[in-house]
Design a protein around this ligand. Sequence first.
Ligand SMILES: [Zn+2]
Length: 94
Amino acid sequence: MSSQICSRCNRTINPGDLFYRLTIKVFADFDGVIKIKNRNIDIEQEFEKAKAYPEELLEEEVYKEFDFTLCPRCKEIYCANPLYLPLDQSREII
Ligand SMILES: [Zn+2]
């Protein structure tokens, strides 16, 4: 097993050292409600517009995944405030 690098601080993680995997999945969700702002919308035309978008951009609109390697210190820092909220707000949520 070769050494790895912490994605956050660039510290070398040697074989046998404790490290963590951080996988973040961001995906579109649906609550079952469709809001139609413009009732004169042409579904066929909108579908054609969507087909003109690059596939990668459309996929990123609905699903994006990130994978990181973290050293123990960076794991603690990340877990203390995963949404990177201002410190006074993160305490209120917990
Ligand atoms: Zn680190």
